[in-house]
Design a protein around this ligand. Sequence first.
Ligand code: ADP
Ligand code: MG
Length: 870
Amino acid sequence: MAGAAASTPLLEQYEGVKARYPGHLVLFRVGDFFETFGEDARLLSKELDVVLTARGPDRTGDRVPMAGVPQHAIETYLGRLVRKGYKVALCDQVEDARKAQGLVRRDVTRVVTPGTVVEETILGGPEHSFLASVALPSRGSGSYSAVDVTTGEWLRGPADGPGPEGLVSVLAALGPREILFSSPAETEAALLRVLRREFPAARLEAAPPSATESELPPALRAAADPFLPTDLTLVAFLKATQPRLVPHVTPVPRAGGGRRMLLDTKSLRHLEISRPMNPDDPGGATLLSVWDATVTAPGRRTLHLWLTNPLADVAEIRARHDAVAALLADPSQLEGLRRRLTTVADLGRIASRVAGRRSRADELGRLRDGLRLAGEIADELSHGLSDPLLLRLSGELAPPTELLGLLEASVPPSVGGSATPAELLRSGFSEELDRARAATADALAGLAALERREQEATAIKTLKVGYNQVFGHYLEVSRSNLVRVPERYRRRQTVAQAERFVTDELLEASATLLDAEERTRSAAEAAWEELCSRIDRFVGQVHRLALALGALDALATFAHLAEHHAYVRPEVDDSRQIVVRDGRHPVLDRLLGERFVPNDAELEPASRLLVLTGPNMSGKSTYMRQVGLLVVLAQAGSFVPARYAKIGLVTELFTRMGFTDEIGRAKSSFMVEMSEVATILAGATDRSLVLLDEVGRGTSTFDGLALAWATVRYLHDERRSRAILATHYHQLSGLVGALSAARNAHFAVREQDDDIVFLHRLVPGATDRSYGVHVARLAGVPEPVLAEAGRLLKELERGLPAPSPRSEGRRHRPGGNYTQAVLVETEPSEGELLGRAFRELDLEDLSDAELRQRLLDLRRRFPREVRPAP
Ligand code: ADP
Ligand code: MG
């Protein structure tokens, strides 16, 4: 927009606010609209699809772009802006426009950012809403703090590993909506790149200067010693955006009281725990979506957190299993409990809204009812119950009696959805409010009496007292009765069929009423503030109660699922075994039902590495994920889909899935695959479970095979992790014989004439058939192609001499890691050379014309049909 010097007073005022709120989208109250000007107006118009107009001309004669949204719908628009990652400053009129001298004073009254909102309409769902702060030193591991101000939960700790990847790994399960970052200049760019890649929807901002330790909220100061640098920056940011919520946050352990299983970004995604891997199918089934039978908002959040943060502590895990078993002991009581939980409102969030002074009056009714119900559930649970975890939760469910008493005294038994504080608050709560209301009632009665007196005095039965904004109160007389109007009536307004008058007495009665109404309004406002500030003291307790409700709901969900799907309690211990009988894939099992073929799993120190070979579509990937998901479920506290399961504690779960399974990821070059393998090999221990699917897929045959082999050997000999590896290199199965604790397995296939049927049943030993041609037939490749392929395959299997090499055709991509062979390179065949040349075509960077030229070159280089000689 034009410079400040060239602006009108209004624009000058706007510029002034913009200067004080850099990085904010400033919405400026003008009349019934919130407006933006200049660049922000263009942005707003684009993001919200609202009309771009212009204001002005200003002093230099330029017209300034302007776009705005109506004030009455501001919450909806704020929701959309915040979900798009904007930080908005609402600038309101801070003096009465009627009393203002010149331009009305305006100031920022509310800052709304994606990670600090508490309003239901803006949050858009019950999911956690985390604001995170991360710090990455120039070398080594960073740390994080994250808070959900809507529930009061404050999580904190070191990164999962060094560098930016270690930070995103620890944050992945939280899916932060806003991230504050701090890092020395040399590592900042890398950190930002990785944060943007992993959390594309999150808003990123450089962390503000730290708060001082004395500014930390009491619960944090008591629990967190030493403080993390990120605790201090997070508090500083909250102080600027949601100061009222700062005192209520509470540090909560991320994984019960114990350790958390390390489940990095990749594994979360590959196992499709909370979001589907295919971004084209955002509604696709995930572990969370099929496991979410929760009935409360805190329950849903808890389940999400539990499934994405499995425990790595035998005692904590068993405590959850014990609680599930205890709930299962009486299925009808369990369902009764779930029915009662259904009606409980999102108490933690209501408490946060009260603290932030953004609650609606009727929410206090729901808070009171929910607290009361929590108390009843607590009583019921504690009867005849001996499970320690359930007993602890039932203790935490007891509502603070003082708060319940306060709500009962202030909020009537049933509350309409749009009640204002003035209508809502019970009499007896505030003397001043009661007096003002009585005065209002008196004044109304006075006006009614005046109306009756005037009707009698004038003998006009239809005479009535009315009110409008412009003229205030009046006496209305219809046309036909005008002759009876006395002298003392003064005319104010003429309408279609009547005239409107005032008298001295009416003006006096009117003033009395308006005065009483104004008093009621301000008394209600004061009483509401008084009520909110008295509730303030209990916000932390309500948060804790809501967390207990969430945990109870999650445990009841595990029990409910176990009951309905015949899941079993897994035995979790400190062994290094995984034994599963008739295990099912938790998600596919639900989708396929009877058609799903169960399988066993057996990994233990003497037989810790399983190499799966066999054709595509036989079930290798499904099986690997199944084992991973059973471990996740068991360690999250759930019962599992199997006839029997014993899980020796897994402290890290690593996965690497080949590009065929990385649907939709932008790039999966060999380099990416190798860096993932490197991370796994560095972090794996004898307590890890490693799932490697299609290792070595992204490169030419020998590189891939060699690396796959070296990886297997290292995992087996050095890391001694439990591992399952799927590969289409049958050669690997032969090499496995050289490892003491490795086994081969494949999936049974039935051949029928030229067709095959996948039985999806795991059988020991390797297979040397890849059934590629059969799979191609299943996929609908035309018969002539299949016949030709079948013929070629037979020739190849007889062992053919390689076609003569063309040494001039060997080209290396400059600086590429691509062809740095690990194994002895034999002379490549012409087919391989052609393949390589094709892969080296840089489709992203070449123009169409260049591409065409390269293809013509290739045709010249390979004039013959490329096929093995007969
Ligand atoms: P692979 O990795 O060997 O190519 P997948 O694991 O991707 O095979 O499985 C291919 C398809 O086979 C899956 O989409 C699934 O529908 C089906 N499938 C896999 N395992 C089973 C099973 N145990 N029971 C029934 N169907 C299965
Ligand atoms: Mg596969």
